[in-house]
Every structure is written in C-alpha cells, then in structure tokens.
Write a protein of this length. Structure first.
Length: 111
C-alpha cells in the first residue's frame, strides 16, 4: 500500500535539503511545496476527491478550504502558500521544509 512518505516525496524532501545547503532557498521552497503536493494527491485520491491537473500550489489551496481538517494541517498548508516578497523573502519566518514535513505527517494520520 502506498504511504504518504513514498519515494517521490522523499526525493523532493532530499532535493529541498540539498538546495538549502547550497544556499538556494527558492529551490528549497519549490521542492517542499512539491512534496506536500504529492502527499495531497495521495490524500485526495483516498478521499475520492478530484485533483487531476492541479499544481502543488493549487492542491494546497483546495486543501485549505476542506471542511473538518485539523487546524494544524490547515496552518501548515496556509504557510506553504505564502508568497515571497520582491526580495524573495517570506513575510513570516517560516521554514517550508518543516511545514511540508508536518503536513505530510498529519495527512498520513488522517488516512
């Protein structure tokens, strides 16, 4: 049975960490969002909710609007949808790799 932490998701988290270590925080953010998006595809498919053709960012936006999801999972998703400023900084001191990992763990518990 497929789990939330499948190979694709682990690869994205690995790529996010490597990007961060190489000083490429923008790439780290993208990889973290893609990891969360891959986990949401699994979650939505198990809930029989349509998700075809949606980007990771769009999946996060759909998830935020779902009724009955835990507030901590909603907050992780909200943080993952924060936009960067013109200087490529998040408006809050948020670690998107941490937020994506937390969301993935919560999604796995919600199955």
């Amino acid at each position: 049975m497929e789990t939330i932490f499948d190979i694709e998701i682990q690869k994205e988290f690995h790529n996010a960490q490597v990007a961060r270590e190489n000083g490429n925080e923008g790439r780290a953010r993208v990889c973290a969002r893609r990891a969360a998006g891959a986990a949401l595809k699994i979650y939505f498919s198990r809930q029989d909710l349509p998700f075809n053709g949606l980007s990771a960012f769009e999946l996060l936006q759909v998830f935020i609007k779902q009724p009955g999801i835990p507030s901590s999972a909603r907050q992780n998703a909200v943080n993952l949808t924060l936009r960067v400023s013109e200087s490529f900084q998040l408006p809050a001191k948020v670690d998107l790799i941490y937020e994506a990992r937390s969301l993935c763990e919560l999604l796995e518990k919600m199955q």
